[in-house]
Write a protein that binds this ligand. Structure first.
Ligand SMILES: NC(=O)c1ccc[n+]([C@@H]2O[C@H](COP(=O)([O-])OP(=O)(O)OC[C@H]3O[C@@H](n4cnc5c(N)ncnc54)[C@H](OP(=O)(O)O)[C@@H]3O)[C@@H](O)[C@H]2O)c1
Length: 320
């Protein structure tokens, strides 16, 4: 195999990043992964990946730690910036997300990185009440920060963090040499490589176990974690990739997901119904730009089934 480049992945031990690191190593890349604590056993799975012994180096770096990020990025031709606080509860996450993104982009400028892929979210796309209801939201649609400020709870802070950091990354592109592409995944589920539960996997687990009675929205947008990792590689390797990309495979109503789960697992007990059903129609969200680049995704049943097996193997869910 021809020698591949050296790339940096921030937050390498996380749910999405771990799959990306796995795919990068399998394709012959050398990977510099940043983690907050390389000695923490929660990152052990990274060292067990194929080719990790030879081609993976872990660097200690918090998002506030410019020197740590710089050391990991120095010598790399590309960077995948994935680290970002994802809420479990009301924690401060705008500051680390924004400072971290600025630190990563600054280090990329100093070290002359050629391409940066920043993981944003559909949270930076969909919260726009002015967008016409019958028109599919696409990459031209941005979440309205004023509207987000008006929402209650801690999740809107996460949506704000993703919107502000993605804007920062694309603005930075205009002033600098490196190409910047952003990827906006929808709610990401699927089998996990890391031992600890991440926020979106916990959401699906609670849904299956019956621990969720209502959601902020009953419109669901879902994508498989392996398809997100594929998309990250695609936008990185494809020279035509420009700007932002929505990465969503399945748009469905919460009731449809419940029906699907009941059909797939007739022996499991699911909640009868949700306490609040606000809207019956699912508003369209377009992933055409990414599909036009060649992106393909798995059927939802495969993602759900692999997630359930992953929960069972980890002991999160009893076998039915
Ligand atoms: N999962 C989804 O549904 C979804 C959807 C759209 C976008 N995203 C985005 O995808 C990215 C990865 O999320 P994920 O789902 O894979 O969740 P995750 O497993 O919780 O990954 C988040 C990563 O960020 C790191 N991190 C958080 N705060 C940090 C800090 N102050 N300094 C350094 N590292 C920090 C975490 O490190 P520790 O392990 O040390 O905490 C972890 O590696 C995030 O940018 C998220 O916004 C996720």
């Amino acid at each position: 195999m021809a020698e591949k480049q050296k790339v940096c992945v921030t937050g390498a031990g996380g749910f999405i990043a771990s799959w990306l690191v796995k795919f990068l190593l399998s394709r012959g890349y050398t990977v510099h992964g940043t983690v907050r604590d390389p000695c923490d056993e929660k990152n052990d799975h990274l060292r067990k990946l194929d080719n990790a012994a030879k081609n993976l180096k872990l660097f200690k770096a918090d998002l506030f730690d410019y020197e740590g990020l710089f050391s990991a990025i120095d010598g790399c031709s590309g960077v995948f910036h994935i680290a970002s606080p994802v809420p479990f509860e009301g924690e401060e996450l705008i500051k680390p997300a924004l400072t971290g993104t600025k630190n990563v982009l600054e280090a990329c400028t100093e070290t002359k990185v050629q391409k940066v892929v920043v993981v944003s979210s559909i949270a930076a796309v969909v919260y726009n009440p002015k967008w016409p209801q019958d028109v599919a939201k696409d990459e031209d649609c941005w979440s309205d920060t004023q509207y987000l400020h008006s929402l209650e709870g801690y999740w809107p802070y996460y949506y704000l963090a993703k919107t502000l950091t993605e804007r920062e990354a694309l603005e930075w592109r205009k002033r600098n040499f490196a190409e910047v592409v952003t990827l906006c995944p929808s709610v990401t589920i699927g089998p996990r490589l890391q031992s600890r539960l991440n926020s979106s996997s916990l959401g699906l687990l609670k849904f299956i176990k019956g621990g969720i009675k209502s959601l902020l929205s009953d419109q669901l947008y879902l994508v498989d974690v392996r398809d997100v990792a594929d998309a990250l590689l695609l936008v990185y390797e494809n020279r035509e990739a420009k700007g932002r990309y929505i990465c969503n495979s399945h748009s469905l109503h919460i009731d449809s997901l419940m029906e699907k789960l009941k059909n797939m697992y007739p022996k499991r007990n699911f909640p009868e119904s949700f306490t609040e059903v606000k809207e019956k129609e699912v508003r369209p969200l377009s992933a055409e730009k990414l599909k036009n680049l060649g992106w393909k995704f798995r059927p939802l049943e495969e993602t759900i089934d692999d997630s359930v097996v992953s929960f069972e193997v980890a002991g999160d869910l009893p076998k039915a």
